[in-house]
Design a protein around this ligand. Sequence first.
Ligand code: 173
Length: 322
Amino acid sequence: MKKNSWLVSAIGATALALPAIAAAQEITLRAVSAFAENTEYVRKLEGFIKQVNAEGKGSLQINFIGGPKAMPPFEVGNAVRTGVVDIGMSTGAFYTTIMPEADALKLTQIPAVELRKNGGYELINRIWNEKANMQYLGRVIDYTPFHLYLTKKIDKPDLTGLKIRITPVYRDFFQALGATVVQTAPGEVYTALERGVVDGYGWPIQGVFDMKWEEKTKYRVDPGFYNAEVSLVMNLDKWKGLTRAQSNLLTKQAVALEGQTVTWKKLNEDDTKRQAQAGIQTITFDAATAKQYYDKAYEVGWASAIKASPTYGPQMKKLFSK
Ligand code: 173
């Protein structure tokens, strides 16, 4: 009885909604971010969503659910894989439990715009499709190195006796330099510094101020290394269910977003100055030591990527390196 009356009213509602049949075909994708709402990453994501929603009226809309308050950062990848959400903005380091290859995007030495042309994106999507049930849509940040930030001074690249906050991005490199490592989400860095649980942390050159880490940071070690990666990924089944017009719109706006990644150069310069103004001192090494430090980051990074993925590691190295 109940079921039938529901059916009848459902039919009634459909009949009433008939004039709006075109609107009924519009789909709304749910997006989450592994990074907090007040970051530049989310500002870029919001710009992307605004463009998609403006152009996708009647066809495709994106609803931004939120950042780490809505979903723990290290769970975003899996939520995209399983379809709990449709689109995630995250970094490969946050979903290495799905596939170790994800973290290799930090090793790209050529910008995303070129990876779209040299076969890099085909390889990425072969891997992301096959191993993570994800479509890789595009990169949000480029041209941006990671750095080691410290509360204690060092005079050579030796981290013996220091506890450093990491994610998989920095693990092998900092361990190779002798550090004891502690993995945390970005949201836990401030407290870890405050309580002396860590003597430093890895982070890109930009964004230290978003969570007030300058209050607890005394030194930045130069040079930076790797290429910070934050990207948009989408559930593969959802992607395959899109019409050509819908998927083209997402690709077009992802390409447009990548076209804007040059703005990171300016953002990075601004934050470098701001760090100095905030009293963060720079630790540098002599030229030969600096080169060794930088080269070691890549040596260790690729060695571990290839060990974790003997098939795809070498292919990624070939296409991602200068
Ligand atoms: O949390 C991190 O330090 C991290 O892995 C990361 C990756 C890309 C951008 C910013 C942070």
